[in-house]
Design a protein around this ligand. Structure first.
Ligand code: GLV
Ligand code: MN
Ligand code: MN
Length: 411
C-alpha cells in the first residue's frame, strides 16, 4: 500500500512551535501545569484552531475538550488526541504532539475534501500529567467513568487549591456529560519518552501495553530538636527516615530488575532549617511495572520496610494512595492495524510496552484502543531537552492519518 494522502509536516511543526510559546521556559520547553493560566492560554489557542478547522467543540465538567468533524452518518466518533498540560519542566512534544497531529489529520482531510463515514473527534484531556493534581490521567478517568466527577473536582493540588476552583477560574468547567459517550475507537500518537526506538534505529513503536503505575505520598512525623545538642541515639529524625526510603526504593527496583522502576520525585522537609532535626517529611514514591504481580510485590515490600522504620526510628508514618493503575493491554486488532499500516508505508516498527502513563490506557477500558510511538532523541522527556526529529513526527502523523482513515471508513 502506498500513501495516497499525506499530512503537511511543516504546518504541524508550526503548530507545535506556536503552542510551545505558551508557558515557554528556558531551554525550549514548556511549563503548563494543569488548569494554570498557561494551560488556559494553551487551551484557548487549540480551541481557536479547532474552530478554524470547522470542528464542533464540546467541553465536559472536568474540562476535557473534544472537537468533532461530522461523518456521513451520525453515531460514535473515532477519536484521537492526548493532552496539552505539561509538567513544570516539560518539553514541547509530550501530549501536544498527539493533539496537534489530530488537528493536522483533520486539516488534511478538509484540504482533500474527504468525507468520512463516521465522525472523527480530536480530544485533549484535563490533567494527564498529574504533576499538580493526582491522580494523573484525571480527565480521561472521568471521561470513561472510572473516577467520579465529584471526587476529581475536590482534588487538592500541590499548591493547596482544588481542581474545581481552577477549572471555574480558567473557564473550562463545561456542561458536556461525564462519563462521556464511548468513542468507536481511540488512537493516540505520542513520543516514546524512552530510549528504545531511538537507540534501536526504529521509526514507529506499536504500543501493545502500558505498565502499571503505583503512586503514594508518604508523610513521616518525628520530633524537631537542636541539631547540635541532640545525641544521635535520641533523634526521631523524619528527614533521615525519608532518606532511607529513597535509598530503599532504588535498591528495590534494582533487585526486582526487569521492567521495575522506582522514583522519589517530590520531597519536603519541615521546618527545613539547617540546624533543626526535621519533625516532618513528605515524599512521593512512583513505582511501575508491566507485571501486576511484581508491582504488588514491590508495594508490599515497601510497606514492610515502612513498618520496620516506624518501629526502629520511633516515628509515625502515614501513606496516602495518589494513583493506582494496573497494566493495560491494548486491543490486538488495533495494534495489528497500526503495525500493518506503518510497515506498508515503508517504516520500521517495534512492538513495545509504554513506560509512561497515557490517556489511551484509560480509553482502553471502554473502546478498542492503541498507541503509536515515535522516537524521542536519547529517550529524554519531562525535561526541556525533549526532542523528536521532524521526519519521525511526520511519519507518525502519516501513520495516524491512515489509521484514522481506515477506522472512520474513508480509506
Ligand atoms: C505521565 O506523564 C506519567 O507517566 O507520569
Ligand atoms: Mn504524555
Ligand atoms: Mn508527561
Amino acid at each position: 500500500m502506498r500513501k495516497t494522502l499525506e499530512i503537511n509536516g511543516e504546518r504541524l511543526q508550526r503548530r507545535i512551535a506556536r503552542l510551545a510559546e505558551i508557558g515557554a521556559i528556558e531551554g525550549g520547553g514548556c511549563a503548563r501545569l494543569a488548569l494554570s493560566d498557561a494551560d488556559k492560554a494553551g487551551r484557548d489557542l487549540v480551541c481557536e484552531w479547532m474552530r478554524e478547522l470547522g470542528l464542533e467543540i464540546s467541553i465536559d465538567a472536568i474540562g476535557n475538550v473534544v472537537g468533532t468533524r461530522a461523518g456521513r452518518q451520525p453515531g460514535l466518533a473515532v477519536m484521537t488526541g492526548s493532552h496539552i498540560d505539561t509538567v513544570r519542566t516539560g518539553g514541547r512534544y509530550d501530549g501536544n504532539l498527539g493533539v496537534l497531529a489530530g488537528l493536522e489529520v483533520v486539516a488534511t482531510l478538509n484540504d482533500a475534501r474527504i468525507e468520512t463515514e463516521y465522525p472523527l473527534a480530536v480530544a485533549f484531556f484535563t490533567n494527564e500529567e498529574g504533576a499538580r493534581f493526582a491522580p494523573d490521567m484525571m480527565g480521561s478517568l472521568v471521561f470513561t467513568g472510572v473516577l467520579g466527577l465529584d471526587d476529581a473536582l475536590r482534588t487538592v493540588g500541590i499548591d493547596g487549591s482544588t481542581v474545581n476552583e481552577n477549572l471555574v477560574r480558567i473557564g473550562y468547567a463545561g456542561d458536556a456529560p461525564t462519563p462521556a459517550v464511548t468513542p468507536r475507537a481511540f488512537v493516540e500518537l505520542h513520543v516514546e519518552q524512552g530510549p528504545v526506538l531511538d537507540y534501536g534505529g526504529i521509526e514507529i513503536g506499536v504500543v501493545e501495553s502500558v505498565q502499571g503505575i503505583s503512586w503514594a505520598e508518604i508523610e513521616i512525623h518525628g520530633i524537631s530538636n537542636h541539631a547540635g545538642t541532640t545525641p544521635m541515639a535520641l533523634r526521631r529524625d523524619a528527614g533521615w527516615v525519608a532518606g532511607a526510603i529513597i535509598h530503599f526504593v532504588r535498591e528495590l527496583a534494582n533487585e526486582i530488575g526487569g521492567n521495575q522502576v522506582s522514583t522519589v520525585g517530590r520531597i519536603e522537609f519541615f521546618p527545613n532549617l539547617i540546624n533543626v532535626v526535621p519533625n516532618r517529611a513528605t515524599l512521593t514514591v512512583d513505582l511501575r511495572n508491566t507485571d501486576e504481580t511484581l508491582l504488588r510485590g514491590a508495594e508490599s515490600r515497601l510497606d514492610t520496610f515502612l513498618e520496620t522504620l516506624r518501629v526502629a526510628e520511633k516515628v509515625q508514618i502515614t501513606t496516602r494512595r495518589l494513583a493506582r493503575f494496573e497494566p493495560v493491554i491494548f486491543a490486538p486488532e488495533m495494534t495489528g492495524r497500526i503495525e500493518r499500516i506503518a510497515q506498508a508505508q515503508g517504516l520500521s516498527t517495534r512492538r513495545m510496552p509504554s513506560g509512561a502513563g497515557h490517556d489511551a490506557q484509560m480509553l482502553a477500558a471502554v473502546c478498542p484502543t492503541a498507541m503509536i510511538f515515535i522516537p524521542s532523541v536519547d529517550g529524554i522527556s519531562h525535561n526541556v531537552l525533549e526532542y523528536s526529529h521532524p521526519q519521525h513526527i511526520e511519519a507518525g502523523a502519516n501513520v495516524l492519518l491512515s489509521v484514522l482513515c481506515e477506522l472512520t471508513g474513508s480509506a
